[in-house]
Design a protein around this ligand. Structure first.
Ligand SMILES: *Cc1c(COP(=O)(O)O)cnc(C)c1O
Length: 481
């Protein structure tokens, strides 16, 4: 028999249905198990030592290994009390779309087929969601790290004589850009990858609410110009990763326009607040950005991975990535027609069908359904912050803007509060009760809870806090006060 199709389709079908049933059941009951549990060392060693397989192994055995050695030890972000970093919870619907996409095995680099049209549709919807014109270009990518990189590279090629930059590199051009000190690390990495150098990203101080200080930005740009540098870009963040603060986007849009700078917004998770009417006003100015990076896999709950970049001006993105103008005049009919293609809008040629799970999510829940998720996450965080304020021995460390709260156990007579809180977060993670993460606020180690999961309720906030207080009292040997 030729090829890799199963010898016995009936057997495969039965096993496939079992996998599907098991996984749906595990999603349904996810809250009943621990958030996370460390992987036993014996299982880890099995992976570390597994030899390259030469013969065939039955799929059933592989599935059993997945079910016993992988699934129970995953990161835990499906669980309502996963509150660390910024992780989406995923949905059963998104998983089914992912399965269909894998079954179709489409390559969305380009060519003349329906899956490409699905991606064009979701890009058009994304543009509309964020107030971009329908002529804006965009592409689905792995995540906001890649989306920010594509936008920053595009900005660096939109400078006067940008074609020369494409051909000869940035050498000799003293291009510099600006982002607040609270910007995500991937912005500096994008500068590095774009060959601009990480020092070409100037870090602007923030105010007491962790928002970019506009006066400082003005001073820094003026100083750079006086010193012979070529400012080309300012990056505003909608939802910083440490505290969820939002830079003054409307002022940034005015300033960038007046100074002829490219205005990029990193809205990795925060941009989705646009869908919640009570929170959308915080993002005013985002709709004026030249480019936007955001994730569908965070607050929009699309299974990993699914990020997106949008570029306002038609043709700009292609002018950065298309390999020649011939991209516009591909075949007039047949499978090689229907240009331009997504491979002209980013570094990837072969690309998967991420658009299907994005479609099923956007259409399956509607922008209202996703907006409700955003509003609910923010309500949980408001509640959590109010409980922190009224719980003896806990202190709030940063103002709450969206869905992130930073706080810590804070008792005057405890010597090293940083290590106490760092240990408590690990205790809590290992308990399986909840999984917040940590950050530093004004140098202090903070417990950071980011509510991104659509399953998280106020009750989960209560359970997390109760667990934390118990663990802290166990460590200190006395009640919090
Ligand atoms: C998560 C995040 C990123 C990086 O996005 P990935 O999807 O993880 O690549 C960038 N910026 C902010 C503000 C983020 O929260």
């Amino acid at each position: 028999m030729a090829g890799l199709d199963p010898e016995n389709w009936e057997e495969l079908r039965t096993l496939g249905h079992r996998m599907l049933d098991d996984m749906l059941e595990s999603i349904k009951n996810v809250a009943k198990g621990p958030v996370w549990q460390p992987m036993p060392d014996t299982l880890r060693q099995n992976f570390k030592q597994a030899p390259l397989p030469q013969g065939a192994q039955p799929l059933e055995g592989l599935y059993e290994q997945f079910a016993s050695a992988v699934q129970p030890y995953a990161v835990g972000n499906r669980h309502p009390r996963f509150m660390g970093w910024v992780h989406g919870g995923g949905t059963a619907q998104g998983m089914l779309a992912e399965m269909l996409a894998a079954g179709l095995n489409a390559n969305l680099g380009g060519r003349n087929h329906a899956p490409v049209e699905v991606e064009r549709m979701v890009i058009r919807w994304a543009a509309e969601m964020f107030g971009f014109p329908d002529t804006a270009s965009g592409v689905l990518v792995t995540g906001s790290s890649m989306a920010n990189f594509i936008a920053i590279l595009t900005a660096s090629r939109a400078v006067p004589d940008g074609t020369a930059v494409r051909e000869q590199g940035v050498a000799g051009r003293k291009l510099v850009g600006y982002a607040a000190q609270t910007a995500h690390g991937c912005v500096a990495r994008a500068f590095d990858m774009a060959g601009l150098g990480m020092k070409a990203l100037r870090r602007v101080p923030v105010d007491a609410a962790f928002r970019m200080d506009m006066q400082a930005l003005r001073r820094m740009v003026a100083q750079d110009r006086a010193d012979g540098y070529e400012p080309f870009l300012v990056v505003g963040t909608a939802g910083t990763v440490d505290t969820g603060s939002v830079d003054p986007l409307d002022e940034l849009a005015d300033y960038a326009k007046a100074e002829k700078l490219w205005f990029h917004v990193d809205g990795a998770f925060g941009a989705l607040a646009q869908l919640a009417p009570d929170y959308a006003p915080l993002l005013k100015g985002l709709e004026r950005a030249d480019s936007l990076a955001f994730d569908f896999h965070k607050w929009a709950q699309v299974p990993y991975d699914a990020g997106c970049v949008l570029v306002r001006e038609q043709g700009r993105q292609a002018a950065t990535f298309a390999q020649s103008l011939a991209y516009l005049s591909r075949e007039d009919r047949g499978l090689a027609a229907d240009a331009p293609w997504f491979c002209d809008l980013g570094p990837d040629l072969s690309r998967g069908f991420r658009a299907l799970k994005v479609w099923f999510t956007l259409a399956g829940f509607g922008t209202q359904g996703l907006g409700n998720v955003v509003a609910q996450s923010c309500a949980v965080v408001q509640y959590l912050a109010s409980r922190v304020v009224t719980t003896p021995g806990l202190t709030l460390l940063a103002p709450v803007t969206l869905n992130i709260v930073c706080f810590r156990v804070d008792m005057p007579d405890v010597g090293d509060l940083d290590s106490l809180n760092a240990e408590l977060v690990k205790d809590l993670q290992e308990s399986g009760i909840a999984a917040p993460s940590t950050t530093r606020i004004h140098g202090k180690l903070a417990i950071r809870a980011a509510i991104v999961n659509h399953r998280t309720t106020k009750e989960d906030a209560d359970i997390m806090l109760a667990g934390l207080v118990d663990l802290a009292q166990a460590r200190l040997g006395r009640p919090l006060s």
